[in-house]
Design a protein around this ligand. Structure first.
Ligand code: FAS
Ligand code: PHB
Length: 404
């Protein structure tokens, strides 16, 4: 069977939020792109993940022209609570950051919006692609794959690896050319989605002796809750009733009494890790979003870091193609990594502050001692305006680096 050949300026691997957002911005700049996605369209659109968008992400989505439903259905949040053993402190984001806020709008929704907008533009997207392989990425990149029994071959100027933590792009960089930094946490997040009204108007991050819990939401009628569970736990161990009973034990008492429960729409356990691959590029291959880095979701940074990578890469490719700055793309990794490491540290810090490390030995110290240190550090931050400002400034997202 003959191989179908294609050419484009930028081949994008992965039709998740990174790939879709990059594709829209490149198209707007007149830069041709093709997306190659391993899964089928419905599978990608069914994934339930992040819920909080930084202003930088919201601005990019507006720039890409795919913001209409987000503006109608998304909810601006001006603060969130941290409940330290039942004692709630509100982090007033807007006051502490001179006017900034975050948008509560599910990743599932923004992925659908960008997918449908791409289809309306008629931009080429291949789903259910098997054996995706990248070659010659240092000189003249080629992407090959098989779809429905047909072999395909894409020649391109650049490849954007937007294929997540388990994708093919990072593995294309020779091992001796990349350094991987990783910390795996001894717990995961058991998430539940339900068509029940949220227990509060804003998010509540709870630190308790029974472990961490998060009360989040997707709308006024759809809630998203998380419980810290041992990394060895299995979602089959958790009936809906068991989940609701445990959540009530971790929420502040007044909220536990007003919690509206109901059947789960989705329930799953996500492992937690901190991970960074350096550098984030190799020749003409760029790693974007989860392909390059992972954060524990405690700081709501995963999806938002992907957006700042996209912003940096799009601007550098725009300079390359439209302002004859031929070397611009080679600055990507250095610029992107500065913001990545800030978000990695904040996410690690929030995770250490808010979770119960159920190991007897943590960092060589007795668990109780470690927990007491963590509790007193968080107590210090929450009880001082300066400390709350540090949390607020990072939660709304540090500024994107200006590309001069
Ligand atoms: P994604 O993983 O979203 O997308 C990668 C795409 O590439 C997928 O569609 C995949 O099918 C495709 N792909 C993979 N391999 C391929 C190959 N070889 N060829 C072609 N395509 C391939 N972040 C938060 O901020 N808050 C949260 O609460 C939160 N919860 C999460 C829960 C889970 C279970 C996971 C896994 C992540 C969570 N995250 C959260 C982080 C998440 O939102 C990511 O940051 C976000 O999905 C990053 O988007 P992408 O970089 O596009 O990667
Ligand atoms: C979510 O709503 O899924 C969510 C919100 C904030 C987080 C993590 C997850 O920090």
């Amino acid at each position: 069977m003959t191989t179908q050949t294609h050419h484009t300026q930028v081949a994008i691997i992965g039709a998740g939020p990174s790939g879709l957002l990059l594709g829209h911005l490149l198209d707007q700049a007149g830069i041709s792109n093709i997306i190659v996605e391993r899964a089928d369209r419905d599978y990608v659109l069914a994934r339930i993940r992040a819920g909080i968008l930084e202003q930088g992400f919201v601005d990019l989505v507006k720039q890409a022209g795919v913001h209409h439903r987000m503006e109608k259905e998304g909810k601006v949040h001006h603060g969130f609570d941290i409940a330290l053993y039942g004692q709630r402190t509100r982090i007033d984001l807007t006051r502490l950051t001179d006017g900034q806020s975050v948008m509560c709008y599910g990743q599932t929704e923004i992925t659908r919006d960008m997918t449908e907008a791409r289809e309306q533009k008629g931009l080429p997207t291949f789903y259910t692609c098997h054996d995706v392989a990248l070659s010659d990425v240092q000189a003249s990149p080629v992407v090959t794959f098989e779809q429905n029994g047909q072999q395909h071959r894409i020649t391109c100027d650049y490849v954007a690896g937007c294929d997540g933590f388990h994708g093919v792009s990072r593995r294309t960089i020779p091992e001796h050319k990349r350094t991987e930094h990783e910390r795996v946490y001894p717990f995961g997040w058991l998430g539940l989605l339900s068509d029940t009204p949220p227990v509060a108007d804003e998010l509540i991050y709870c630190k308790t002796h029974r472990g961490f819990a998060l009360a989040s939401m997707r709308s006024d009628t759809r809630s998203r809750y998380y419980l810290q569970v041992p990394v060895t736990d299995d979602v089959k161990n958790w009936s809906d009733d068991a989940f609701w009973d445990e959540l009530k034990k971790r929420l502040p008492e007044d909220l536990a009494q007003q919690l509206v429960t109901g059947p789960s729409i989705e329930k799953s356990i996500a492992p937690l890790r901190s991970f960074v691959c350096e550098p984030m590029q190799y020749g003409k291959l760029f790693l974007v979003g989860d392909a390059a880095h992972i954060v524990p979701p405690t700081g709501a940074k995963g999806l938002n870091l992907a957006a700042s990578d996209v912003s940096t890469l799009y601007q550098l490719l725009d300079r390359h193609y439209n302002r004859q700055d031929k070397d611009a793309p080679y600055r990507y990794s250095e610029i992107a990594l500065r913001r990545v490491w800030h978000a990695e540290r904040f996410s690690w810090w929030m995770s250490n502050m808010l979770h119960d490390f159920d190991q007897t030995q943590v960092n060589g110290m007795e668990k109780l001692t470690f927990d007491r240190f963590m509790q007193s550090e968080l107590d210090f931050y929450l009880s001082h305006e300066e400390g709350q400002k540090v949390i607020a400034r990072q939660y709304v997202g540090l500024p994107y680096e200006a590309i001069d």
